[in-house]
Every structure is written in structure tokens, then in C-alpha cells.
Design a protein around this ligand. Structure first.
Ligand code: ADP
Ligand code: MG
Ligand code: MG
Length: 897
């Protein structure tokens, strides 16, 4: 016979915390607390399997359920020496829903069930407190009518308000027994009026009505929507808990409350919570009266100065502290608890793992290791890597006042304040004078990079989470709010309009890239704390992880930031960003304009020393750590001038005719540049470009080795390779250049030549390509783009439809499509290793900083991940978790074998 019902109470239980799937979170933990000997009112849990059965069988219960529930109820009656429905001393119960995962949208709890016109008199006589009895009855009628009979609760509130007004009462607690009796009569009349039948008086009917309502609520609209949003399968079902009532509304030695065993916002090891005297159930959170703090310390932090439980109920407070201690020792994590005090005795009604901020998660994990509650490995697993983002950037002081004038997308986390500027050049100029500036643009383009760098934060009025501004800002670690559509910019007037407010150039603005808020004036911020607990946890993570973590960086500033965050080298240095630099762009354009190889070489000769200096600085900052440099990738037209003024400047510098220049720009324009003349295809057409870059790299390596005595091993990376032949031709140029520099300098240089794997063909032909390539770096931005045939710059407008219709779970440009793109990576890794067993494998691109993608990289056996500087700590933690998960998987395998 199937067991559908599990009893708990009196120091024992048929269930346990481990039976969460069967008993739901609430039921499993009530059972666990009961077994621990904590004071839990006895009760029983009807399992989630009943819910599943109910929906699989045309909303019928299993045959044995009634008998099992009756037996459990009889057990309760026996334990308490009371009877359900007894006119002189009635047992009352609560009926509470409880799914596996906490689920708002499920049926609300019904308290005081079992009361009727007769039993309420029994309760009054037995307790000697008719006020309490009728207060309980009116609560029951209101809750039951609302959640089970679906009568609008507003009707009851109106009646109560009216009753209070008549008597001139302010608080519910002022109503007398007679007052409540009158309210009860009106409540019942209302129910009868609404439903055309009287409020149910039979306790059995009440009980099964409430149980049925819980199971029914599993399929209500709210619950269905919530499950869809949180990917909770409908098949899980909910459990129902029936539990003997304890009363917090019996007088001034009674109370109800909620608490966290530690501060959920800071993580401080301080008991934190609130309670209300002479109250029941959710009164604390319902805002009926102002709740009181539990501790004297909590009182010091509140404005109301209400007395703390520690002061007014010291005995109960001691019981609660004892429970807190036992729960933390047992669950080994911060708990969120609900309790009730009946005549100075504490009763526990719920415990669960407490939700917390990222800062609290970090502090609690590290503290608990120090307290010997958890291991370092568990601490590493407890902190969500993505949440670290919050900790790595300045955040707004939550206590500070703010005037929000607009809202956009939270495109890159962190808060920043500064003077408003409307052009990248102004940003650079002002920042050069030591001013903090916020760059405000309708949208940004590659031409704005220098201004974005110089600015403290970036605000755009157009563009989504993957707009240029958003992607670049995230990469740089600059706070960014994008697409704040209600703000309007007038570049000519150098003004921005927010409704009737005008923001002029030079005005101070604050943006919060974590929330998308735009605020007037300077809002104080709190600086991130990278030492202390953070460093400690990161240190543990580093011990567990097996993959290296590198960074994508090309500027000294980014490289330094990445080192500070623990990067172990550069996985992607995009040389084109160096070409955009204001003082080089002219020479670069000259090179592009040259119609002969000789002309190109002349221009390249001007770029060489600057490019060499770039690499010198990066090598120096990286102190011997590996640096992967990608040769020029984007199509040449990206560097060409747009405005007449720019064209004139370049024409003059290059000694060419402005009209010729304009024509060249037209000539270079491609209809599909993403698939056009870019990457190694440029090197094939103009080998002298890659030759210059290779020379810059090797000369820089020699210079740093001579100056600093550091061993530099550059990794030269050829982009967008589709065939081995391309790589062979370009590798020959690189090798030849290396040989020349070695001969000229008399220094030996160790270096690697490898390629990006960013085209499906390259992934498929990886065995062949690996014969020439000493490393692969998966360029998953382009690989995603080319595998899906989906342009990253254009997908924003329709990707949402794909997510809404469940075609794609998430944006494949943010989290790796492990199914499809991932299969190509797995194929390439395997085939690459087949011809070169020691081939170095890494990933660069946005996915290198995404925890789920990092997990996949671990499974495929990559040697490293590379991500933007500010994501390095996230990647370190995610890599550690992936390694731990992988290790556990291996362990499980051997156990089964
Ligand atoms: P939720 O899941 O919305 O928190 P609960 O089932 O936990 O709903 O019930 C809400 C509150 O009702 C509890 O925090 C507690 O104060 C009160 N409550 C529930 N069951 C009982 C009971 N048996 N005795 C006294 N109070 C109860
Ligand atoms: Mg609640
Ligand atoms: Mg609760």
C-alpha cells in the first residue's frame, strides 16, 4: 500500500529534510525540526504524490488517503488529548501548502480551522478568553472564505474598518470579545450573501475543503506562470501540511515572528528579525502594526525605538537563541524561520535556507568555515559566481537619497557619478583634466572607444543589452545604462531632456548600471572590498579549480585591472582596438588607402613602433604570464573616415586626394562585412600587415626580456581560419619574421602560433588544422554567429520571440549553446587532440565569463577560459565549482561501478 501521509511531532517524525521531493520544503523541514527535538506543533504532511495522483486521475484522491489522514488526525488528537470538532475543547489546525521549491502563487495558509459556532464557545470557555476565541474565529472565517471559497477579502476588511471606526479604535487588538462576536456575525452574513449558502460549520468539510483548495491552487494561473518563469515542472506537485494550532493571539505573553539566523543583507553573525505581541500568522509582514525588533542591537538600528524581545520576553528570547544555534549547527547554513509564542512558550513553524545578498553570501560562507561549520569546498560552492558582479563594482549607498529622472537597461553593473559630456572627445578632454565624466550618447560606435575609456560611466538612450555601448562597457568594467528611451538628447544644444527637466553639459549625473536608474546629482557610493573575505574565498576557489583563467585585454589599464582580479595571463588581445587609437588612426587609414605594397609598408612602418610599445607594456604587466595576441581581424572599412573633415585630415596626412579617399571607402564597403574580407583573409591579401604585427610582437618580447629579465612567450593567434592552408601561409610569415628578429637581436624567443576556432569548418577540420596550430582558442562569439547563421548585431530585435516561444532558452551570445555550438567545440577539441595531443585549448569571447558556459568548458577539458577583466573573479569561482562538480561526478561513477 502506498504511504500518502507522514506524521511529525513530539520529538519524532516519519519524514526528514532529505524527503523534500515527497513532502515539499515546508513539510520536510517541519519533520526534520521535530526529529531534532525542537518545539514543533504536531501535524502531518500529505505528500506531493497525492497532488500528482490527483491531476493524473481526474481530480480524484487515492482510495487510501482518507483512511490514512483520519489515522494521522487521530494520532494528533491522542498526542494532544483534544478532539477535532470537540464542542468543549476543540483541536484546531492550520492547513498549509508547501512545494519542493518555495512558490508564491500557491494557496495561502488557513489558520484556526475547526472553529464553528459551537466550538468557538468551547475555545472561549476552555481558554477563559472569549476575546481570543472570537478573534481566532473571525480570522478563520476571513481566511477560509478568501482562499477556499474565493470570497473577496476586501469585503471583510470593510466590515472590520467600519467596526473600528464606530468604536473609535485604532488597532485590531482593541476590539473586545463582544466586538469580535458582532464582526463574526457580519462576516458569516456576507459569506452567505455572496455564495448563497452558509459558511461551512462541519470541521471535516472545512478540512477537506482546505486540502482540496491547496491541490487546486497548484494549477491556478499564478502558480502556472510562476512555474514557467522558474522552470519548475508541473509534475512536482505540492504537499499539504495539516498542523495543530498554537496561538500567538492569546494575550500579552503571546507573539508571532520571523527571523533570519544571520543578517541577510550584510551576512553579519547577528540574529535578525521581528515580532508582534498578541498577534497571529502573517500579521508581522502584513503591516497591521509596526513589528518590534528581536534584539537590542536590532532596536538600535531601527527608527521606531520599540522595545526588543530580548528586553520584554527574555525567557522566550533565550529559547529562540537556543533554537537558532541548533538550527545553524544542524543545517550548516543561514536559516529563515517563522515562529509563534504561546504563553511564553516558543513554537517553531518553519525553517528554510535564507535568501541573501551577494555580500551576505560571501561573508556567511567564509565565517562558517572559520566557525568549523562547513568546509572550504562547501564555501566555494555556496556563492553564486554571477552574484559576485555586485561586489566588484562601486554600489550606491542604500541610505542615500536619489532623484531618478529616467530608467534604461542595467547593461553593465556598478554605479558612477560625473559631469555630463555628449562626445567621446569631450569625455577624453575633461577626464584628462581629472574630471569624472559620464558619457551620454544616443548610441555609441567604435569611434567612441577612447571616450568610453575616459568616462566613469556610459549612458545611452538607444540600444539593448548587446548594443555596442553595453558590450564594450561590460568589457571595460564601466557602469553602463543603455536604451534609456524616455530621455532625449539634443547634441546641437548639448542638452538632455527628461520630461520637463533639462540636463546640460557639465551637470552632474549618477547612473546605476545594476538597476538601470539615472539620477540627478551625485549619489554617494560604496567602494568594493576586494581584500578580506573576498580574497579568502577566491584563494580557496583557486585551489579547487583546474582550468586557468585569463583575461581579454588590450590596454594597460584593463590588463592591470585583470591582474588585480587574479587573471593568469591574456587570452585575447584584440589588436584592432590599438589601431583605433586617436594618434594612430591616421597612419592606419594611410595604410588602407595605399594602392601599392610599397605604400602600405611605408604606412605600416609608422605604426610598428607604436604597436611594439603596446606589446611591451602588456608583457611587462603580465610578468611572464602567457599573452595571446590576435592579429588584425575586422574589415578595413571599419577604420575609414566618415565625415568630410576626417576625410580631409587623412587625405592630407597620406598625401592623397580627398575624392580618391572617398572612392576607396565606397570600394571597401561590403554588403556583409561579418562574412567578408576580415580576419586571416586580410593577412592573405595583405601579408605585410601581419608581418608588421608579428615583428612588433617579437621585438617587444626581446625588449622586455632584455630589460626585465622576464621570459616572454608570446602566443600569436590567427583569426577566422577556415582551412589549414590559410594558417600554413600565415604561419610561414610569422615564423620567418621571428627568425629575422632572433637573428637581429641575438635573443632566443619561444613562441606559439595558433588559431581561433570560430568557423564551423575550422571546428570540423580541427585535426588537420592542429597539425599546424599549437593552440586553439574558441572564439565563441563568431562561432555562435556562424553556427546559427545569426548576426549578433541584428538578433536583438527578434531573439525575444525565440525565447518567448521556447525555441531558445537563453540568448546564445550570452550563455553558450552547449547543445549545438558546444558540439562543434567538443568535436574540435577531440579532433585537435587526435593530431596534437598536447594542444593548448582555451575559450575567449563573452562566454568565457559565463558560469554555465564555464561548466561546459570544464567538461570538454579546456585548459583555460578568458574573459573581460571584471569577470575574472566570477570565472575563477565558476571554474572551481565546475571542477568540484566534475570531481563529484567522477566519484559517483566509481561508486556505481
Ligand atoms: P507561507 O508559506 O506563506 O509562509 P505558512 O504556511 O508558513 O505560509 O503560514 C504562514 C504563517 O501562519 C506562519 O508563519 C505562522 O505564523 C502561521 N501558522 C501556520 N501554521 C500555524 C500553526 N499551526 N499554528 C500557529 N500559527 C501558524
Ligand atoms: Mg509567508
Ligand atoms: Mg511560512
Amino acid at each position: 500500500m502506498t504511504k500518502w501521509v507522514y506524521s511529525f511531532g513530539d520529538g519524532k517524525a516519519e519524514g526528514s529534510a532529505a524527503m523534500r521531493n515527497l513532502l515539499g520544503g515546508k513539510g520536510a523541514n517541519l519533520a526534520e525540526m521535530s526529529s531534532l527535538g525542537l518545539p514543533v506543533p504536531p501535524g502531518f504532511t500529505i505528500s506531493t504524490e497525492v497532488c500528482t495522483y490527483f491531476y493524473d486521475n481526474g481530480k480524484q484522491y487515492p482510495d487510501e488517503l482518507k483512511a490514512q489522514a483520519d489515522a494521522a488526525l487521530a494520532g494528533l488528537e491522542k498526542a494532544l488529548g483534544m478532539k477535532f470538532g470537540d464542542p468543549s475543547d476543540p483541536l484546531l489546525v492550520s492547513v498549509r501548502s508547501g512545494a519542493r521549491a518555495s512558490m508564491p502563487g500557491m494557496m495561502d495558509t488557513v489558520l484556526n480551522l475547526g472553529l464553528n459556532d459551537v466550538t468557538v464557545e468551547g475555545l472561549a470557555a476552555k481558554s477563559g478568553d472569549p476575546r481570543f476565541a472570537y478573534d481566532s474565529y473571525r480570522r478563520f472565517i476571513q481566511m477560509y472564505s478568501n482562499v477556499v471559497l474565493e470570497v473577496d477579502h476586501g469585503l471583510f476588511e470593510e466590515i472590520l474598518e467600519h467596526a473600528k471606526d464606530e468604536k473609535g479604535y485604532r488597532l485590531d487588538t482593541e476590539l473586545t470579545a463582544e466586538d469580535w462576536k458582532a464582526v463574526v456575525a457580519q462576516y458569516k452574513a456576507t459569506v452567505e450573501e455572496e455564495l448563497g449558502r452558509p459558511f461551512p460549520q462541519d470541521p471535516q468539510e472545512q478540512l477537506w475543503g482546505a486540502i482540496g483548495a491547496v491541490f487546486g491552487s497548484w494549477m491556478n494561473q499564478r502558480a502556472i506562470v510562476y512555474r514557467r518563469l522558474h522552470e519548475i515542472p508541473a509534475s512536482w506537485g505540492t504537499a499539504v501540511n495539516v498542523q495543530a494550532m498554537v496561538f500567538g493571539n492569546m494575550g500579552n505573553d503571546c507573539a508571532t515572528g520571523v527571523a533570519f539566523t544571520r543578517d541577510p543583507s550584510t551576512g553579519a553573525n547577528l540574529f535578525y528579525g521581528e515580532f508582534l505581541v498578541n498577534a497571529q500568522g502573517e500579521d508581522v509582514v502584513a503591516g497591521i502594526r509596526t513589528p518590534q525588533p528581536l534584539t537590542v542591537a536590532g532596536k538600535a538600528n531601527s527608527d521606531d525605538g520599540l522595545p526588543a524581545m530580548e528586553e520584554v520576553m527574555p525567557d522566550v528570547f533565550a529559547q529562540l537563541m537556543d533554537v537558532r544555534d541548533k538550527l545553524e549547527k544542524h543545517y550548516r547554513d543561514m536559516q529563515d524561520i517563522e515562529f509563534t509564542v504561546q504563553q511564553n512558550k516558543l513554537w517553531m513553524l518553519q525553517t528554510r535556507t535564507g535568501k541573501r545578498t551577494a555580500a551576505a553570501a560571501l561573508k556567511i560562507a567564509v565565517d562558517m568555515v572559520r566557525e568549523d561549520l562547513i568546509t572550504e569546498q562547501e564555501a566555494v560552492q555556496r556563492v553564486d559566481p554571477s552574484a559576485l558582479d555586485q561586489l566588484l563594482h562601486p554600489t550606491l549607498d542604500p541610505k542615500a537619497e536619489r532623484t531618478v529622472i529616467g530608467r534604461g537597461l542595467p547593461a553593465s553593473p556598478g554605479a558612477a557619478s560625473g559631469k555630463v559630456v555628449f562626445t567621446a572627445d569631450a569625455a577624453e578632454a575633461q577626464a584628462g583634466k581629472g574630471e569624472a565624466v559620464i558619457l551620454v550618447r544616443i548610441e555609441t560606435s567604435p569611434e567612441d572607444i577612447h571616450g568610453m575609456h575616459a568616462a566613469r560611466g556610459i549612458l545611452t538612450t538607444r540600444g539593448g543589452m548587446t548594443s555596442h555601448a553595453a558590450v564594450v562597457a561590460r568589457g571595460m568594467g564601466r557602469p553602463c545604462v543603455s536604451g534609456a528611451g524616455e530621455l532625449r538628447i539634443d547634441y546641437a544644444k548639448k542638452q538632455m531632456f527628461a520630461g520637463d527637466k533639462v540636463v546640460k553639459e557639465g551637470d552632474i549625473l549618477t547612473i546605476d548600471g545594476g538597476t538601470g536608474e539615472v539620477m540627478l546629482g551625485e549619489v554617494p557610493t560604496i567602494q568594493p572590498q576586494l581584500s578580506g573575505d573576498f580574497a579568502e574565498l577566491m584563494g580557496w576557489a583557486d585551489r579547487f579549480r583546474t582550468m586557468k583563467v585569463r583575461t581579454n585585454a588590450e590596454t594597460p589599464m584593463d590588463a592591470r585591472a585583470a591582474r588585480k582580479f587574479g587573471a593568469e595571463g591574456i587570452g585575447l588581445c584584440r589588436t584592432e582596438h590599438m589601431f583605433f587609437d586617436a594618434d594612430r588612426i591616421v597612419a592606419v587609414r594611410e595604410m588602407i588607402m595605399a594602392s601599392t605594397e610599397k605604400g602600405r609598408r611605408q604606412a605600416l612602418a609608422k605604426i610598428l613602433p607604436m604597436q611594439r610599445q603596446d606589446f611591451v607594456e602588456l608583457f611587462q604587466i603580465m610578468q611572464g604570464l602567457p599573452v595571446t595576441i590576435r592579429l588584425l581581424d575586422p574589415p578595413l572599412h571599419e577604420f575609414l573616415p566618415h565625415t568630410d573633415e576626417e576625410i580631409a585630415t587623412v587625405a592630407k596626412a597620406a598625401g592623397v586626394d580627398a575624392e580618391a579617399l572617398r572612392q576607396r571607402a565606397v570600394q571597401l564597403k561590403e554588403s556583409n562585412p561579418m562574412l567578408g574580407h576580415r580576419g586571416c583573409r586580410l593577412g592573405i591579401s595583405y601579408p605585410e600587415i601581419y608581418e608588421m604585427q608579428a615583428r612588433a610582437i617579437f621585438e617587444a618580447a626581446v625588449e622586455v626580456m632584455k630589460k626585465d629579465g622576464e621570459t616572454v612567450t608570446p602566443e600569436v593567434m590567427v583569426p577566422l581560419v577556415a582551412t589549414r592552408k590559410e594558417l600554413d601561409i600565415l604561419k610561414a610569415i610569422i615564423d620567418r619574421t621571428a627568425k629575422a628578429v632572433i637573428e637581429e637581436s641575438g635573443r632566443k624567443i619561444d613562441y606559439l602560433v595558433g588559431t581561433m576556432i570560430e568557423l564551423p569548418r575550422a571546428a570540423l577540420k580541427a585535426a588537420e588544422i592542429a597539425e599546424s596550430a599549437e593552440f586553439f582558442s574558441f572564439g565563441t562569439n563568431d562561432l555562435t554567429q556562424t553556427t546559427f547563421g545569426l548576426s549578433r548585431d541584428d538578433s536583438g530585435s527578434f531573439l525575444k520571440d525565440y525565447q518567448d516561444q521556447g525555441i531558445l532558452d537563453q540568448d546564445p551570445f550570452q550563455s553558450l549553446d552547449t547543445d549545438g555550438v558546444g558540439e562543434l567545440i567538443a568535436i574540435a577539441a577531440e579532433r585537435g587532440r587526435s593530431s596534437r595531443p598536447d594542444i593548448k585549448l582555451g575559450i575567449c569571447g563573452e562566454h568565457g565569463g559565463d558560469p554555465a558556459s564555464i561548466q561546459f568548458c570544464q567538461q570538454v577539458g579546456l585548459d583555460y577560459v578568458s574573459c573581460s577583466p571584471f569577470r575574472v573573479p566570477i570565472a575563477r569561482l565558476a571554474a572551481a565549482q565546475a571542477a568540484i562538480a566534475g570531481g563529484e561526478a567522477a566519484l559517483r561513477k566509481t561508486e556505481n561501478a
